[in-house]
Design a protein around this ligand. Structure first.
Ligand SMILES: NC(=O)c1ccc[n+]([C@@H]2O[C@H](COP(=O)([O-])OP(=O)(O)OC[C@H]3O[C@@H](n4cnc5c(N)ncnc54)[C@H](OP(=O)(O)O)[C@@H]3O)[C@@H](O)[C@H]2O)c1
Length: 322
């Protein structure tokens, strides 16, 4: 699998991450290990987890995903080959969901313990905390990097101006800056005014900021839970806008031209985007994961990428986005 360097950091990751929010919970341990093995055997190194995964499921209280990854790395003896990203910032049992210095220190310790490791490769602010001074949050992240517990920091679901403010502060203080941004992104475009609650979707602002300041853009919920191909997964109402039919038609046309599946075309389109993104692939079954990883082998022509990008969106020309 190709590799990507995260922003200005020295952290090198596989061209796709494996999304693990359901492993060790809805996905049982044996299947979770199997999925992680498939990802690693395909050359994948970048594993995306979070301290809260998957506290929203019945019988779960958070930490299930991290603990399963930790157990898998221990059993396989492959910690040094994997690049583990985890997050904090949402509340779950025993954690308020703040980005205070105390919580950053405490949650980092808990994540390290569950992951059976002494370092987190990429530590995300999972969402903004407007009630904690930025100086306190970024100072606490800097302390973890200095102590060797964290290699690089990144932002998820933060508005661009807050990321820019944080990075400017860190530059002034000589602290490590956010090197990547993880936002929601799929091929359907969010309807005007659509809300995903605390989740933020990729928009032109974040694209331009990442391009200008050399941050890596990482995309989650890329397949809209399978809505492109599955009758049992309706298109989420936030994406059911006036351009959805046209985008679906172009997606099908490009899939027919390339011989790839719709899901694979979406993954290829993201990887070849401007800026190129690191997609988070997920799947609860080996066949799903294999199909999605196959998307990394698909090479679209520039014309196909442009046709996909502009479908149902004639005003957005590539030149304008630059
Ligand atoms: N930073 C954040 O705030 C944030 C938020 C959300 C997610 N994430 C990350 O992104 C990861 C993935 O999120 P997501 O689950 O929303 O992503 P998704 O790609 O939109 O959905 C994954 C689900 O789609 C179905 N699927 C996947 N591949 C398929 C295929 N080839 N054919 C048919 N169905 C397929 C499976 O559903 P079934 O299992 O039901 O079959 C799978 O569990 C998470 O694990 C997490 O790491 C981050």
């Amino acid at each position: 699998m190709r590799t990507v360097k995260l922003g200005k950091s020295d952290v090198v990751v596989s061209a796709a991450a494996f999304g693990t929010d359901l492993i060790g919970s809805r996905i049982d341990q044996a299947t979770s290990f199997q999925l992680l093995d498939v990802f690693a055997e395909a050359g994948g190194t970048f594993v995306d987890t979070g301290n809260i995964y998957a506290c929203w499921l019945p019988g779960c209280s958070g930490g299930e995903s991290e603990s399963t990854i930790g157990a898998w790395m221990k059993e396989r003896g492959n910690r040094n080959r994997m690049v583990v990203a985890t997050k904090l910032g949402f509340d779950y049992p025993g954690c308020e969901g703040r980005l205070s210095a105390a919580e950053i220190e405490r949650e980092c310790e808990k994540s390290l313990r569950r992951l059976h490791t002494d370092r987190i490769d990429v530590y995300y602010a999972h969402r903004d905390d407007p009630n904690t001074p930025l100086e306190e949050t970024m100072g606490a992240f800097a302390a973890l990097v200095k102590a060797g517990n964290v290699r690089a920091i990144a932002a998820s679901n933060l508005r661009v101006w807050r990321i820019a403010e944080a990075n400017t502060l860190c530059q002034e203080r000589g602290w490590p800056q956010y090197v990547a941004v993880e936002q929601r992104h799929t091929y359907f475009r969010p309807r005007h005014g659509a809300s995903f609650g605390p989740q933020l979707a990729v928009n032109d602002d974040v694209r331009e900021y990442c391009r200008a300041r050399n941050l890596t853009l990482i995309a989650y919920s890329i397949l809209a839970q399978g809505a492109y191909t599955r009758g049992d997964r309706p298109v989420p109402e936030q994406y059911a806008g006036p351009d959805a039919d046209e985008r679906m038609e172009v997606l099908k046309a490009v899939a027919a031209e390339t011989g790839a599946t719709l899901n694979q075309v979406i993954i290829a389109w993201m990887r070849q985007g401007d800026p190129p993104m690191v997609p988070i692939v997920a799947g609860s079954r080996v066949e799903q994961l294999r199909e999605n990883l196959g998307g990394l082998e698909v090479a679209l022509s520039a014309e196909q990428v442009n046709r996909l990008t502009t479908a149902g969106n004639p005003d957005v020309k590539k030149a304008w986005l630059r």
